[in-house]
Design a binder for this molecule. Structure first.
Ligand code: PMP
Length: 420
């Protein structure tokens, strides 16, 4: 049995009733759309419950309007809803308040915001940015390029055989030259849950800031940014039952206060003359132009939905499915799984079937209506280190079942026989 009521949760997701197959160039008009969808690509994007879609519909049918500047009724309603969404996010991740919550387009933009607004000003020759070998490109490429622009160097905390961070190596690397430690919280490839609080402590002792990429963590477990003592923490709405087009940057108020804006324009200024300008209060200083109003309101609804389930329960469900998938896939002896053991990982399993390219495998899985991801999952250097070009990743969420994992395993077994 499950720690959550999967059957009733599934009723909130109409897309899970879809059948797929055949020619999919025209959405919904496949030639033989006859197999029930098994959606196991949640680490890329989760599905959206009716409650979240309803919040979007209510906004557009009821009070669609620009925020902040209007004194008319609709604008006030939209402003209150948009501002409340910041409060709700703050509460959800343990931030002090809306002043610490900046809405961005996604995790990637949150990362770029800090890299440009903080990194370009604060980094220089002789400074080091410490990353991990399992960083997503969102963090790896961004810091790599900002380091190139500023003359800073980049070092990587190594990953051991089991896919865990080598904390002795971390201790060696994090010295007084380090200005930023940027680490993924839950790896989107290995499923490793990193000791981010410990890394934050090490960073702070060395006088560095810590940025935590929580794209895979916030959707799947309780996260408290103050407990971690992160200076910055980022995640995306579309991986936690929310819409695309919204991400969140948490930043400690005193740090955000000190930072210059990243984007300039309307909505982020207090006063402007032909000569100079001053900035709005936090968080609006970092939200230039018409912001992600609909998306923010919908993210609020997604958080309400997750909170109703309870994040401890979401985590328990994730762990249960990850362990089951790990064990079942391990039974197929020519499958190699990356990352820590089944009982100590986030809700995803990336693997390879011996002698079969991940793209071929996922294409066969697709014939079974099993949706997974094949590729390097935006961790190309990590795949290079693992000695493979790509892997197949199945990732689970609140609506997934043991039966769906059985279908995945059957499909992998089918591929195995086909390519034998
Ligand atoms: N970091 C991690 C760990 C991720 O899994 C992802 C999404 N694959 C990202 C960052 C980037 O998220 P987004 O594409 O929403 O910016």
């Amino acid at each position: 049995s499950y720690p959550i009521d999967v059957a009733s949760i599934r009723e909130d997701f109409p897309i899970l009733d879809r059948k797929v197959g055949g020619d999919f160039t025209v959405p919904g008009e496949g030639e033989d759309d006859d197999l029930p969808l098994v959606y196991l690509d949640n680490a890329a994007t989760s599905q959206t419950p009716k409650q979240v879609v309803d919040a979007i519909v209510d906004y557009y049918y009821g009070y669609n309007s620009n925020v902040h500047r209007g004194i008319h009724h609709l604008s006030q309603e939209a402003s209150v809803a948009y501002e409340n969404a910041h409060d709700r996010v703050a509460e959800f991740v343990g931030a002090a308040g809306r002043e610490e919550i900046v809405f961005t387009k996604n995790t990637t933009e949150a990362m770029n915001l800090v890299a440009y607004a903080w990194g370009l000003e604060e980094l220089g020759e002789g400074d080091t940015v410490v990353l991990t070998e399992m960083e997503h490109h969102a963090s790896l490429v961004t810091w790599q390029q900002i380091a190139k622009k500023t003359g800073a160097s980049v070092e990587y905390i190594g990953v051991d055989e089991e896919g865990r961070l080598d904390m002795d190596h971390a201790a060696e690397l994090i010295d007084e030259d380090v200005k930023m430690v940027s680490t993924v919280h839950v790896s989107n490839t290995l499923g490793t849950i990193n000791p981010v609080a410990e890394l934050a402590e090490m960073a702070h002792e060395a006088g560095a800031y810590v940025f935590v990429d929580g794209a895979q963590a916030v959707p799947t477990r309780p996260v408290d940014v103050k407990e971690i003592d992160a200076d910055f923490y980022a995640f995306s709405g579309h991986k936690m039952l929310g819409p695309t087009g919204i991400g969140v940057l948490y930043g400690k108020e005193e740090i955000l206060e000190e930072m210059s804006p990243y984007l300039y324009g309307g909505e982020m200024i207090r006063s402007v003359t032909y000569e100079d300008s001053t900035w709005e209060d936090l968080p609006w200083k970092f939200e230039a132009g018409t912001p992600v109003i609909e998306q923010g309101i919908a993210l609020h609804a997604a958080i309400d939905y997750l909170d109703d389930i309870g994040m401890e329960n979401v985590q328990a469900h994730e762990e249960l499915l990850a362990e089951y998938a790990y064990d079942r896939l391990t039974e197929l002896d020519d499958v190699e799984i990356y990352g820590p053991p089944g009982d100590d990982r986030g809700g995803l399993v990336a693997f390879n079937l011996d002698g079969v390219h991940a793209h071929d495998l996922s294409s066969i899985l697709n014939d079974h209506a099993v949706a997974v991801r094949a590729g390097d999952h935006c961790t190309q250097p990590l795949h290079d280190k693992l000695g493979v070009a790509a892997s197949t990743r199945a990732s689970f969420y609140v609506y997934n079942t043991f039966e769906e994992i059985d279908k995945l395993v059957e499909a992998v077994d089918d591929a195995r026989q086909l390519f034998a």
